[in-house]
Design a protein around this ligand. Structure first.
Ligand code: ZN
Length: 367
């Protein structure tokens, strides 16, 4: 009996602990026109909506279960049309409460989808609502995560019919995808927005990858690859280790003119886009990104492995050239080096490597 009691008490405490760990924090708050969007780290389980009426003012209350504010401080500085006050605060240990005070009633119900809760703020009249929508809505980010305002484009090298480098049954496209997916998860956990040129095994031309990055206006672009030593080279060259590339501007203008129509597309890039691709600003930033990423990969891996550093190099790779944002390409190791091949297939090694990349991103942004 006593044993059972101890067991129950233990169970109770472990559960409490789990709950605390599982608490889902608010990552970002965005207001566009009368649409308030709250984004959380994980999926939201339930939201309870009710109103409190008091002397002509209606309080619209949303209780979000199992959610917390990381800062712990109530957010009050959100100003919106037709709203007297708007607060987001911690109601109790695991309930986050949004209170909207307004004279007006709500026209639309809130929407809950995975990690985001969309609340439609009360608006004055339907006439005013139209005016509100006619104006170009201004985006306002509030509070929390500055990382959320950064969009990172990840590019897993090769894919589909293009298998990349290979060694027996190990192929580059699988390794790059596996590492890039891990990197995506880490960056998302850190609070960044992430998009991937491919998240499955599909064929993608290089131009499609850079067009994708430019279309979504990523803040940075990171391409992940696995290297292969050329077959004909002499034996005494040490083909092992990690290399981080950024764009080489040698003959760049000539190359840009030549290659602009290279990838089966007759369309030329706009003058502005081509200028962005080879701008000094992009070049400086790409270099800084490369420096930070290289340093952090080595730091992360060298805690557990001895790794060869091949340093930072410059190349005119298409993905580095045709992106309009700072961009790097990481060669994570050599597929035809015995030790590296083994490591690159190891999930822990992959994780430590991409953790280094993610930390490099943090220090690049100073976040
Ligand atoms: Zn490759």
């Amino acid at each position: 009996m006593r044993k059972l009691l101890i067991f129950i008490v233990l169970l109770f405490f472990t559960n409490l602990n789990l709950l605390a760990k599982e608490n889902n924090h608010l990552q970002n708050t965005l207001l566009v026109s009368n649409k308030l969007t709250l984004t959380f780290r994980d999926k939201i389980k339930s939201v309870k909506y009710f109103t409190i009426k008091k002397s002509g003012v209606v309080k619209h209350v949303y209780d979000i279960k199992n959610a917390i504010l990381l800062s712990g401080k109530t957010i009050k500085n959100i100003k919106a049309n037709g709203v007297k006050s708007l607060r987001i605060g911690q109601f109790n240990k695991n309930t986050l409460r949004v209170v909207i005070e307004s004279k007006y009633s709500l026209e639309k119900k809130h929407r809950l989808k995975n990690r985001t809760l969309t609340i439609y703020l009360p608006v004055k009249t339907s006439k005013q609502k139209k005016v509100l929508y006619k104006k170009r809505p201004s985006k306002k980010y509030f509070h929390t995560n500055r990382r959320y305002q950064k969009l990172i484009i990840l590019d897993a090298g090769h894919g589909g019919r293009d298998i990349g480098a290979s060694n027996k049954n190990v192929i580059e496209k699988d390794l790059t995808l596996s590492m890039t997916l891990k990197l995506r998860d880490i960056l998302k956990k850190m609070g960044y927005r992430v998009r991937m040129t491919r998240s499955t095994d599909k064929t993608m031309r290089l131009k499609e990858r850079t067009d994708y990055a430019n279309r979504y206006k990523g803040d940075i672009f990171i391409s992940i690859h696995v290297n292969a030593a050329p077959k004909k080279r002499t034996r005494n060259v040490r083909y092992e280790g990690i290399t981080v590339f950024y764009l080489s501007t040698r003959n760049i203008k000539k190359r840009l003119r030549k290659r602009i129509t290279h990838y089966k597309s007759k369309k030329r890039y706009s003058k502005k886009a081509s200028q962005q691709m080879i701008s000094q600003w992009k070049n400086r930033r790409s270099k800084r990104l490369a420096i930070n990423v290289r340093k952090n990969i080595l730091r992360s891996l060298r805690r557990h492995y001895s790794v060869n550093d091949k340093g930072i190099k410059r190349q005119g790779f298409w993905v580095l050239l045709a992106t309009t944002m700072p961009s790097i390409l990481v060669e994570t190791g050599y597929i035809n080096h015995k030790r590296e091949l083994k490591r690159l297939q190891n999930s822990n090694y992959q994780r430590r490597l991409v953790e280094g990349v993610a930390k490099g991103v943090n220090s690049y942004f100073g976040l």
